[in-house]
Design a protein around this ligand. Structure first.
Ligand code: AP5
Ligand code: MG
Ligand code: ZN
Length: 215
């Protein structure tokens, strides 16, 4: 199964992708995570992406589509893919079609997380992740069971993203509205879009996605 999780910054794409990975052994392909890893490692892609990401603008289509192709090539042919934060432009949507086609994969579902933008700033500004395994948390909505200790791996260090400040979040939302939301009709025409209320609590959103995937 190959699915796209689509929604503005803070909609819960990463949160839901992590749950699908655990429940179904699928792979999360987050271009945001790949780019942050490249920035951290100081690769040529990372050097190009760093300032763009800090402003909340989009990195070039060529860079992100190349990252996705490489990641898919490293996966077993039967491992399902969850695209998280990709595609984000019409050019990326076209590139993804070609990338999947070349690998004998087809897109099963595009799941749009519908959210209220005002709530997203609070979600994003309260977000943190385990510095060791990347598990996501939130100050108000998803604290570790034991304070200060990661549920998944037991690490005690957490981190916050440099682009998770209000000014950058506003730019990220404007980019979403201008460039990403307009790609939905492409998938609507194919009849593969399902919409989920992303304002429901995290478990309810997961259950709704599971129902869509069960057909
Ligand atoms: P990226 O990393 O993709 O960021 P984003 O799209 O802005 O989305 P986020 O990761 O902020 O949100 P999310 O939907 O994953 O929410 P989460 O699950 O964490 O991209 C970052 C940057 O990289 C871009 O700005 C761009 O520069 C570049 N980039 C990446 N991909 C690119 C591409 N394809 N093309 C060009 N440039 C690209 O949830 C947020 C918080 O809310 C969490 O703390 C969570 O616990 C909480 N939460 C989640 N769901 C709920 C719920 N239902 N109720 C209450 N709280 C919830
Ligand atoms: Mg994310
Ligand atoms: Zn951890």
């Amino acid at each position: 199964m190959n699915i796209i999780l689509l929604g503005p910054p803070g909609a819960g794409k990463g949160t839901q992708a992590q749950r699908l990975v655990e429940a179904h052994g699928m792979r999360q392909l987050s271009t945001g995570d790949m780019l942050r890893a490249a920035v951290k490692a100081g690769t040529p892609v990372g050097l190009q992406a760093k300032a763009v990401m800090e402003r909340g603008e989009l990195v070039s289509d060529e860079i992100v589509s190349a990252l996705i192709g490489e990641e898919l090539d490293g996966m077993g042919p039967t491992t399902g893919a969850i695209f998280d934060g990709y595609p984000r432009t019409a050019a990326q949507a076209a590139a993804l079609d070609a990338i999947l086609d070349a690998r004998g994969r087809t897109l099963d579902h595009v799941i749009e997380l519908e959210v209220d933008e005002d709530a997203l700033v609070e979600r994003i500004c309260g977000r943190f992740t385990c510095a060791n395994c990347g598990k996501g948390y939130h100050d108000a909505f998803e604290q570790p069971r034991e304070p200060g200790v990661c549920d998944k791996c037991g690490a005690r260090e957490f981190k916050r993203r440099p682009d998770d400040n209000e000014a950058t979040v506003r730019t990220r939302m404007a980019e979403y509205r201008a460039k990403t939301a307009p790609i939905l009709p492409i998938y609507d025409q194919r009849g593969i879009v399902a919409r989920v209320n992303g304002m429901a609590d995290i478990d309810h959103v997961t259950a709704a996605i599971e129902r869509i995937m069960a057909g």
